[in-house]
Design a protein around this ligand. Structure first.
Ligand SMILES: [Zn+2]
Length: 143
């Protein structure tokens, strides 16, 4: 992984009896965009080491690897030029599948199980080789 910036190094220290366990982890700023750059986004998170794929009727067609975590509306900063962001909905219309009207790239979606929260297309994030990430498969087809 090669996130663009390391925001901070956090240290958690916990006491277990006579011992103290120190855990260090990094928070990074992740920056990304659609292909043409009309839709840009940014968020803070600890290192992305795995992704999530889904076998529902739309995700299986997109083939994207998404973040395994979700981000609230406040946590994902989105910058849209020329009114380029469009939204595709189907079925219950709870999930919102967002994509760039200009280049067609699917950048993020609002999840069905956690409305108002986003998963981001890892392939759109700068500095991450999404083809090299391990991933879990979510059984969206059975929902
Ligand atoms: Zn675009």
């Amino acid at each position: 992984m090669n996130p663009e910036y390391i925001l901070a190094l956090h240290t958690d220290a916990k006491a277990f009896g006579d011992h103290q366990v120190v855990q260090e982890y990094c928070i990074s700023i992740y920056v990304g965009s659609c292909h043409c750059g009309s839709v840009k986004f940014e968020f803070d998170h600890d290192e992305i080491v795995s992704g999530l794929r889904c076998n529902c009727s739309i995700c299986i067609r997109k083939g994207a690897i998404m973040t395994a975590f979700t981000l609230s509306v406040d946590e994902l900063q989105i910058d849209i030029e020329n009114d380029s962001l469009s939204t595709y909905e189907f079925g219950s219309s709870v999930a919102k599948h967002h994509f760039c009207k200009n280049c067609g790239i699917y950048t993020f979606h609002q999840t069905m199980r956690k409305p108002g929260h986003y998963r981001v297309n890892i392939g759109c994030i700068n500095g991450i080789d999404s083809t090299n990430l391990p991933f879990d498969v979510f059984d969206g087809a059975s929902l």
